[in-house]
Design a protein around this ligand. Structure first.
Ligand code: PRP
Length: 214
């Protein structure tokens, strides 16, 4: 049996995560030339990686199939809590924002407010903290369309470069919070495989610190 199973989030975070692992001395060549494969043995260490969607990364860690998961804070904020969040990797940096059309600030609107988001829990908590009762409309993608077509008064979504908002004529009214990738650890693995888990996290932390110094 391999000493560690690690779930990586595919898509946006994938390249930065793989680059970080390579800098930390892990054998991730198979991840970097992956084709359609989903499971990848490390070529240097006794580790296997697998690529999954962000929500599934939490599920695999919670069920102990993965000892460690690398996943965005956005996904962690939206659901799941049966794991240890151990390390901010400092990659995949972006932020949650509240945005809408120009002159349509949903934060100053009176009366009934409708907010569209892929992240209903984050949205609920954000407006709760502001003492505002809003109707949340769950949207699965291309959230920027919703205020343009009149489905809602504003959105809570991820902004990385700001290009999507800009190209669709939307403006940011507030930053909800910053986001970055985190390493999460299965609770049993943290006890039973502590040396392996801690060594892996330490290697990533060393790369993160070296990057911060640059
Ligand atoms: C995310 C997010 C924005 C976009 C922001 O969507 O929901 O639409 O990225 O990135 P930017 O600030 O760099 O333009 P994603 O690409 O994950 O696709 P989706 O809308 O289909 O979920």
């Amino acid at each position: 049996m391999v000493s560690l199973s690690i779930a990586l989030t595919k898509g946006r975070l994938e390249q930065q995560t793989t680059a970080m692992l390579a800098k930390a001395g892990y054998g991730v060549e198979k991840l970097q030339n992956k084709g359609r494969a989903l499971v990848f043995p490390d070529t240097r260490k006794d580790i296997r990686y697998f690529l999954v969607k962000a929500n599934d990364c939490i599920t695999y860690v919670e069920h102990g199939v993965a000892d460690i998961g690398i996943v965005g804070k956005d996904t962690l904020m939206e659901g799941g809590s049966d794991y240890y969040e151990m390390l901010d990797l400092g990659i995949g940096r972006c932020r949650f924002i509240c945005a809408s059309l120009p002159d349509h600030n949903p934060l100053t609107k009176s009366g009934h407010i409708k907010i569209g988001s892929k992240y209903p829990e984050v949205t609920r908590q954000y407006f709760l903290n502001k003492g505002k009762d809003v109707e949340i409309i769950k949207i699965d993608g291309s959230v920027e369309l919703a205020p343009i077509l009149g489905l809602c008064d504003g959105i809570v979504d991820i902004m990385e470069t700001g290009t999507t908002l800009r190209e669709n004529g939307l403006v940011v009214y507030d930053t909800v919070c910053p986001i970055s990738a985190r390493a999460i650890v299965n609770k049993a693995a943290f006890k039973l495989k502590r040396p392996e888990v801690m060594a892996f996290l330490k290697d990533l932390e060393t790369v993160k610190e070296a990057e911060n110094v640059k």
